[in-house]
Design a protein around this ligand. Structure first.
Ligand code: MN
Length: 722
């Protein structure tokens, strides 16, 4: 069985070899700390748990990462599996190490519950976005490599699901971070579990042809070596069979058996300088026959993950094609360990790796796999992950949304039907407000109701995605034309007034066709509707016709102030109320103050019900609120109407026998229709009655009020305020 001592030793060896700058005393202290914490835990094979973090730290060291990363690797399972706390780790090993450990822990908790291909890119990006520090991902990949290497004690089921996850998430991440060596190992081992037969066949073939292959590689190597010595170029040559999974994948893609497969061999020539690279290339093309179309210069145009090399494919005299990669030692280091190698050169040189992260982020963004270098250069975007947030549905589907998105954006991203029926949201199982910004890894659930009223206009300000905004606007466009027209008209005329132009110029029938043409709408109502649902701003619309309207306004003989210039009003047929400048709008009388003709009134453009009419002295009328300012409109009673209006009295009285009969008698003798009477006790001998009845106007109402005040025991009669 593997022992703690073995692993400790081999980890230290790798650290000394690859990271000589590391503070070994600190490493020892971290090992002691982790060992103590994991003391009672065992791995599946029965060995002490501490072996795992040590092995991970060893892989991290091999890649040449820095001290913090090595400490992070040693401690990486402490938060998840022991009683360690962030503060304790921060106190003992610094906050950077604590953050790395916490970052790895967060990634560990991400559930991989889907296997849809399109989801994988999002999951990978979420990983990167969640780890503010790229070293978190590097440690996590090393963690996965060790777990992959030691999977034989897991159940078959777990082996398969973990291997899928490795193929879908970790190997592509390793690739993107340029860690070829780790990527190959992850893929080869995973293949072994995912397709044991295919893997065995391939291995059997390679084994059977091993001698032949060795002989071939040897002869090529010595041919090249001889030439390089002859021309005085110092270099090393390695021959290898391409890694198992890459052969396997080619067989699948090209539907070929391994015997038919084109090139299995790859040679690598590592030299000291870039000019040497090109010199060697010349000699290779001189020694062997070039396969056309396979030459790639990744030195002048590096791959997205900063991989640099010259690639060419040639055919030897026995007719076997092989690939040759030519690069310098520094390029080689980057090719093997990618970003990690980058740290090796950076540590201790300057403080703050911020720039490095930016560098990293930029290179991660390319979604290209093995494609030509030229393509990715055009696809580079800066800070892509700062612009996105990745969250889960309750079923584990990953959604990518613009950063700053809220539950509303999420709801509309699922479906406009969900957004329109939304009545609430839960984030990580807790009720959340509509405007709570979503964070990476949140699980978001939308609560819907069949009786939901639909989006409110405020949602347009809360949401952050174009998708949600467009869908909300669409809803308003279709569902609320009448309101949109009223709303849009009010904003548009507001613009006019601000510019000192009377809205009445819009009544000019001769000017109208010109205006509509400039505005690009069939009718003014259409334009108002567009402004109302947010498809066009009033400012923009006004801008299109500013000149015409200014001119038309000047022509008017007596310039009037806006308040006097109300156009000939028209009223909604049966409402008895005229809304200034707005035609055919739905009117309703507010229930809070039940205005009747003769009362001073004002209108409010509501969400969904046209204009609601309030008494000027209603406590709900607040003209000072700037947010609402655009929605108050001038209204007046239309003269010709003579129909009853429902209104309410609140009557306070002493609780005397027969007082209700007296009140009812007054109402009865006034010949008004009473729709509701209710009464309740205020205190031991005081009561209050609420009476709802219909009157034609305020005069009639005052007459009734006076009669009531004369009833013995009545203390006060007020207009109702609900
Ligand atoms: Mn682990």
């Amino acid at each position: 069985m593997e022992t703690f001592a073995d692993h400790y030793e081999s980890m230290r060896k790798q650290i000394l070899l690859h990271c000589p700058q590391v503070d070994m005393a600190l490493v020892d202290r971290a090992v002691a700390y982790a060992e103590n914490k994991h003391r009672d835990q065992k791995r599946k094979d029965g060995s002490p748990y501490i072996i795992h973090p040590l092995a991970v730290a060893e892989i991290v060291a091999e890649t040449g990462l820095d001290t913090d990363s090595i400490l992070g690797a040693i401690l990486h399972d402490c938060l998840e599996d022991t009683d360690s706390t962030y503060d304790e780790i921060a106190r003992q090993f610094g906050s950077t190490v604590a953050e790395l450990v916490e970052g790895v822990t967060k990634l560990t908790r991400v559930q991989y519950s889907t296997q849809e291909q399109q989801q994988m890119e999002n999951l990978r990006k979420m990983f990167l976005a969640m780890s503010k520090d790229i070293r978190v991902v590097l440690i996590k990949i090393c963690d996965r490599l060790h777990n992959t290497r030691t999977m034989e004690y897991q159940t078959r089921e777990k082996q398969i699901s973990k291997s899928r996850e490795t193929m879908d998430i970790y190997a592509p991440l390793a690739h993107r971070l340029g860690m070829q060596k780790i990527k190959w190992e992850l893929e080869d081992i995973s293949l072994k579990y995912l397709d044991p037969d295919g893997y065995e066949q391939l291995m059997a073939f390679l084994d059977a042809h091993k001698e032949e292959a060795d002989r071939f590689m040897h002869s090529i190597q010595s041919t090249i070596m001889t030439r390089l010595s002859a021309v005085g170029i110092h270099g090393s040559i390695y021959g290898r069979i391409k890694h198992v999974y890459s052969i396997y994948r080619k067989m699948q893609q090209q539907k070929k058996t391994i015997d038919e497969l084109y090139d299995l061999y790859a040679f690598r020539i590592i030299v000291d300088t870039i000019p040497d690279c090109y010199n060697v290339l010349g000699h290779i093309h001189d020694l062997f026959n070039l396969v056309p179309g396979r030459f790639k210069d990744y030195i002048s145009t590096p791959k997205p993950n900063y991989y640099q090399s010259l690639h060419t494919t040639v055919i030897g005299k026995d007719g076997i094609p092989f690939e040759v990669q030519i690069r310098t030692w520094e390029m080689h280091e980057t090719a093997e360990y990618g970003i990690a190698a980058h740290w090796k050169y950076k540590e201790g040189i300057e403080g703050g790796n911020e720039k490095d992260f930016e560098w990293v982020r930029r290179l991660l963004e390319s979604q290209q796999e093995e494609n030509d270098a030229e393509d990715y250069i055009h696809s580079l975007k800066v800070d892509m992950f700062d612009d996105e947030v990745f969250v889960f549905t309750p079923k584990g589907k990953v959604m990518s949304l613009p950063a700053g998105s809220t539950p509303i954006d999420f709801a509309y991203a699922i479906h406009s039907g969900v957004g329109n029926a939304m009545v609430g949201a839960k984030i990580n199982n807790r009720i959340a407000s509509f405007d709570q910004p979503l964070a990476n890894g949140d699980i978001v659930e939308i609560l819907t109701s069949k009786t939901a009223k639909g989006p409110s206009r405020d949602w347009l300000k809360i949401c952050n995605s174009n998708q949600a905004r467009t869908k909300i606007k669409q809803w308003f466009k279709h569902e609320k034309r009448e309101e949109n027209v009223a709303h849009g008209k009010s904003s548009f005329e507001g613009e006019l007034r601000r510019a000192g132009i009377s809205p009445s110029v819009l009544q000019d029938q001769e000017l109208l066709p010109t205006l509509l043409k400039k505005l690009a709408f069939e009718s003014l109502d259409d334009m108002y509707a567009a402004i109302g649902y947010g498809g066009l701003t009033a400012v923009k619309a006004f801008g299109r016709v500013r000149e015409e309207l200014t001119k038309a306004n000047r022509k008017k003989d007596t310039p009037k102030t806006p308040t006097q210039t109300a156009a000939k009003p028209s009223s909604h047929k049966d409402s008895g109320v005229v809304v200034e400048d707005i035609e055919s709008v739905m009117i309703k009388f507010s229930r809070c103050c039940t205005p009747v003709p003769g009362d001073e009134i004002i209108g409010f453009i509501t969400k969904g019900y046209g204009v609601s009419v309030h008494r000027r002295d209603c406590r709900n009328v607040n003209l000072n609120d700037p947010k609402m300012a655009g929605r108050w409109v001038r209204v007046s009673w239309s003269a010709e109407e003579d129909k009853p209006f429902s209104t309410t009295f609140e009557i306070d009285s002493i609780d005397r026998d027969g007082i209700w009969i007296d009140i009812a008698t007054v109402l009865n003798s006034s010949k008004v229709r009473v729709s509701e009477i209710s009464a309740r006790e205020l205190s031991a001998n005081h009561g209050r009655a609420i009476v709802t009845f219909e009157v034609k106007n305020v005069q009639e109402l005052e007459t009734i009020r006076n009669k009531m005040r004369q009833i013995d025991g009545v203390l006060d009669v007020r207009r109702g305020q609900n």
